[in-house]
Design a protein around this ligand. Structure first.
Ligand code: PLP
Length: 370
């Protein structure tokens, strides 16, 4: 089976991990945590990085850092991971949804303004599958309505929007370092910001709201969302290789597109003129006219030895939120179609050109047989 994802750890990962073990610095107090925070923030072109335990925690910490709380509303795409909505709900806020663009699969920014009311506190653009959101309209709306912007950049380490790194453009940016992300710490995440007050609040929220003068004195309810030195050691080694990893992603995407863009009924990923995508996952959408959905396609490809990943199910279709009476009778047709017709192909950093050809042969074979 060609796996859907495999990380690449052929740099200093083992050496830095051994350093943690040899020195005994294994918890969040170790030096690699600060190093990863500083180096990742610098890579993104911002001043502050706050390392956390995963990307879901990063979203919650990021929202708390910009002051989102009880009874606020946060505007986000329906087509995203559940972590975005959960992060808002855990803080007492309500997620408010917009549909996606049919070409980039990102939040349709022309639909944001209609969802703003007196409770709206923040907009959460989510950069999907490696391609940045069109950020200028988001920033313009936020400025005119006095809203904060939190970018979910979990899937786009290093992607560029008009020469700015995704995640560095809004008030705060949030990242995941799960094993299937461009750089990984196993599990892990990061909040980045240029705003010193937001950075300070993020650090406190991550660390039980302990005050700097007294570790066991707490003014607010926080969490232990700290990253360990072991995780950060892997992260520092991974960050040393990020340019190479993105090069691999872009090369693999070009190989896939060269073949699959010729196949009738398959929509390959877009790259807008203002965007530099990192193709986190090589995602494709099946034309409903082919008469096959992504679930069936995944089964047929699995029979040919090709693993795939499903697209997100829109937030408005999630049973957990329906039970909470959220998003009742709301319609997001693009998100609905993507959930049924979209999926991603093997996109690991260890993928070879001949494996990509095998995957394309399998996709073409299934489509010819229809
Ligand atoms: C867009 C997006 N945001 C946030 C997350 C959550 O990250 P984590 O799995 O590290 O909690 C993910 C993970 O799938 C994601 O794809």
């Amino acid at each position: 089976m060609i796996p859907v994802y495999e990380p690449l750890m052929d740099g200093n990962e083992k050496k830095y991990l051994a350093e943690c073990i040899d020195t005994g610095w294994v918890s969040s107090d170790g030096p690699f945590v600060k190093r990863l925070e500083d180096e990742f923030a610098a890579y993104c072109g911002v001043k502050h990085g706050i390392a956390v335990s995963n990307g879901t925690a990063a979203l919650e910490v990021g929202l708390a850092a910009i002051g989102v709380g009880q009874d606020d509303e946060v505007i986000m795409p329906s087509f995203t991971v559940v972590s975005c909505a959960i992060a808002a709900i855990r803080l007492g806020a309500t997620p408010v949804l917009v549909d996606s663009e049919p070409d980039t699969w990102n939040m349709d920014t022309s639909r944001i303004e209609a969802k703003i009311n007196y409770r709206t506190r923040a907009i959460m653009p989510v950069h999907i599958y490696g391609h940045p959101v069109d950020m200028d309209p988001v920033l313009d709306i936020a400025r005119r309505h006095n809203l904060k912007v939190i970018e979910d950049a979990a899937e786009v380490h290093g992607a560029m929007y008009k020469n700015r790194k995704a995640g560095s453009i809004g008030n705060v940016g949030s990242f995941s370092f799960n094993a299937n992300n461009i750089i990984t710490t196993g599990e892990g995440g990061m909040v980045i910001t240029d705003d010193p007050a937001a950075a300070e609040r993020a650090r406190s929220y991550r660390d039980l709201f302990s005050i700097p003068e007294h570790r066991f004195y707490h003014n607010e309810l926080g969490y232990n969302f700290r990253m360990t030195n072991l995780q950060a050691a892997i992260g520092v080694a991974q960050l040393e290789q990020i340019d190479r990893f993105i090069e691999i992603k872009r090369r693999n995407a070009a190989l896939y597109t060269a073949r699959l863009s010729k196949v009738k009924g398959i929509k390959t990923p877009t790259e807008k003129p203002w965007a530099w995508s990192v193709y986190w996952m090589y995602a494709i959408e099946l034309d409903p006219k082919l008469g096959i959905d992504a679930t069936r396609m995944a089964q047929l490809l699995a029979q040919k030895g090709v693993a795939t990943g499903p697209f997100f199910l829109g937030m408005h279709e999630q049973p957990v939120f329906q039970r909470m009476d959220l998003f009742q009778n709301e319609k997001y047709p693009v998100a609905d179609r993507l959930a049924r017709q979209g999926f991603y192909l093997p996109s690991g950093l260890t993928l070879t050109e001949s494996q990509i050809n095998e995957v394309c042969d399998a996709v073409e074979g299934v489509i010819k047989s229809l």
